[in-house]
Design a protein around this ligand. Structure first.
Ligand code: DX5
Ligand code: ZN
Length: 218
């Protein structure tokens, strides 16, 4: 049972956010996954600082904040103050990724890098030892409820090889379209953290769905 499950609050009931955050608190989930979209990097806007502040007030598990925004350096300090434990930026949004990673760590957070489906994992060869979590997008970022892109398995394998070759300790996170159908295949390939939004929150019993995913993933 080493795989971490990170329910994505993007699929929660925003009219009842406290209820859904507390459901995650009491479940077997490991992290709260928080998706921030700016309407520029991705064609959608999710929520920002006041909502994250409200989530942080009730959350008892680490906050895994996924920034789908341009120029994320502007807000690193703000997210640290909001209580982010893992702060993930997109490779495609960072001109000076190495500098950004150091800035995230300097604020006491774990540094994550997300890769869009078209971005090759080998582009991280020179930074992998500085990255705590690589988030492989298994859908094009911007929306919950999309179908899983099958090429992700190959990317997990390639990333696992890179991490081992470089003797890094990086965790592999998968984000998008995760269900009970692919959870085990992903962890078998080397995934350490599974993000799940719709599959958890649109199910009849989210607590049980988290337990099932955790069990399946092993
Ligand atoms: C997509 C987000 C995901 C999303 C996952 O841009 O980064 O975290 O909430 O949602 P599902 O699990 O519904 O694909
Ligand atoms: Zn996400």
């Amino acid at each position: 049972m080493n795989t971490k499950i990170a329910p994505s609050l993007l699929a929660a009931d925003f009219g009842n956010l406290q209820h859904d955050v507390e459901m995650v608190n009491q479940s077997e989930a490991d992290w709260h996954h928080i998706d921030v979209m700016d309407g520029v990097f991705v064609p959608n806007i999710s929520y920002g600082m006041p909502v994250i502040k409200a989530i942080a007030k009730h959350a008892t598990k680490p906050l895994d904040v996924h920034l789908m925004i341009v120029d994320p350096d502007r807000y690193i300090k703000t997210f640290a103050e909001l209580g982010a434990d893992v702060l993930t930026v997109h490779y495609e949004a960072c001109t000076h990724l190495h500098r950004t990673l150091q800035a995230i760590k300097a604020e006491g957070m774990q540094a994550g890098v997300a890769l869009n489906p078209h971005t090759n994992v080998d582009l991280l060869a020179d930074t992998i030892k500085d990255i705590d979590v690589v988030c492989l997008m298994s859908v094009n970022p911007g929306f919950g409820g999309q179908s899983f892109i099958e090429n992700t398995y190959e990317k997990v394998n390639a990333l696992k090889t890179l991490i081992t070759t470089k003797n890094a300790k990086t965790l592999i996170e998968i984000d998008g379209g995760v269900t009970s159908l692919n959870a085990k295949l992903l962890t078998d390939a080397g995934a350490d953290v599974l993000v799940a939004g719709s599959f958890v929150f649109k199910s009849a019993n989210p607590t049980q769905t988290i337990r099932d995913l955790k069990e399946l993933a092993g």
